[in-house]
Write a protein that binds this ligand. Structure first.
Ligand code: ATP
Length: 368
């Protein structure tokens, strides 16, 4: 899966852009505030329906404009289009037909994003890490999305009953049965992919020079006590849940932990080591997915930040093994292109774009 053409209008400081992308590596360089991240944000919006920087569509629409559009042709034959208007309305289209859900978009364009927010996988809440695991499960196990949806419906119903002030055991147990059935299935899907991810991350970290990174351990917490079935655990926690007004156990509380010698990894690893761990995790996720379906597209915002030349090169090599295409940004053309130029063809010929005040222009290959 790769983007062949990308058209934007009124997306932050990018008034208009019509780009023909290279099938493998695309480098976008320019000074701070020129619009590089905005371009990645636009691709992210195509794949998910939303920005990775703002929940408010309005802040992404160019000031004094009534709406933004992003459109892309993919080499799979799909065309994706997103329109957001300043009155809050919008349209998402796949091959000119209205998309039914954001998971339909994600299916057409599996995406991996690495940016300054990626560190939250280590130092943020469990939700961030759960979503990483679930991205893999979603793309590998086609029954997962429906099972997760069933679980969330039952969870909402149980929570609503808990907030009513009086538990009707007959009614709540109906929803607990559904919650337990979907929850056990969600956990089975997650556990299978977690085991594979753990092995893949360990293999990738094993390719790095010896450091604390070699000692990173990953653990999976499913969200309720080990020795119990979810159904039993829900009954047991009913009273406590009632006093708190919500369900405190279950797969919606699952977590993936990264530790070094028993300590949270972010307390031990340097910033660069943390970035390499996140890169290894993202690469492992892509590796698992591409065993089953098309390779994902990687968006990498400011690869040189925090990473030395050797680590940048290792990461470029990882990406070339599991991505279909990469869009990478940096401040300088030479530095941002360098890790890719040392790879084998066709990954060693990045297409270079200069971004300046929201204008994006491809450079002639002779000048690269
Ligand atoms: N809604 C908007 N309308 C117009 N311009 C905007 C809007 N939102 C942000 N901007 C401007 O657009 C630019 C967006 O920059 P972006 O974050 O894409 O830069 P960048 O090239 O990634 O910079 P850096 O290297 O600092 O990360 C900034 O100059 C910002 O002030």
């Amino acid at each position: 899966m790769a983007l062949t053409r990308l058209l934007l209008s009124n997306f932050r400081n990018i008034c208009k852009a019509d780009l023909t992308l290279a099938p493998e590596v695309n480098v976008f360089y320019g000074v701070n505030g020129s619009g590089k991240t905005s371009l990645l944000e636009a691709v992210h919006m195509l794949a998910t329906g939303r920005s990775f920087r703002s929940r408010q569509h309005k802040s992404v629409i160019q000031h004094e404009s009534s709406g933004l559009t992003v459109f892309s042709q993919l080499n799979s034959g799909f065309n994706l289009g997103v329109e957001r208007l300043s009155d809050g309305s919008g349209r998402v289209r796949i091959n000119q037909a209205a998309a039914e859900s954001s998971s339909q978009l994600a299916n057409c364009l599996p995406l991996q994003l690495i940016n300054s927010e990626s560190f939250s996988a280590l130092d943020g809440g469990p939700g961030v890490r759960r979503r990483l695991l679930d991205w893999t499960v979603f793309h590998v196990e086609h029954l997962f999305a429906q099972e997760w949806k069933n679980y969330q419906i039952a969870l909402r119903q149980r929570n609503a009953l808990l907030r009513r002030g009086k538990i009707d055991a007959g009614v709540i147990s109906v929803w607990e049965e559904q919650l337990a059935a979907s929850g056990e299935q969600v956990n089975t899907f997650r556990l299978a992919q977690f085991t594979l991810l753990q092995a893949a991350v360990s293999d990738l970290l094993g390719e790095l020079p010896k450091s604390f990174l070699s000692q990173v351990e990953m653990g999976y917490r499913r969200g309720w006590r080990k020795e119990m079935e979810l159904r039993e655990a829900l009954i047991e926690s009913r009273e406590g849940d009632f006093s708190q007004g919500h369900t405190r156990i279950g797969p919606h509380r699952a977590d993936v932990r990264f530790t070094v010698a028993g300590e949270p990894a972010h307390n031990i690893l340097s910033r660069g080591q943390q970035k390499m761990l996140v890169c290894a995790m993202r690469t492992a996720m892509a590796e698992l997915v591409c065993r089953h379906r098309d390779r994902p597209v990687f968006l990498v915002d400011d690869l040189p930040a925090e990473l030395d030349d050797n680590n940048q090169q290792i990461f470029a090599h990882w990406v070339s093994r599991c991505a279909s295409q990469v869009l990478v940004t940096g401040i300088e053309a030479g530095i941002t292109s360098r890790p890719w130029r040392s790879l084998d063809a066709p990954w060693n010929c990045p297409k270079v774009f200069h971004v300046e005040h929201g204008d994006i222009s491809a450079e002639a290959s002779a000048a690269q």
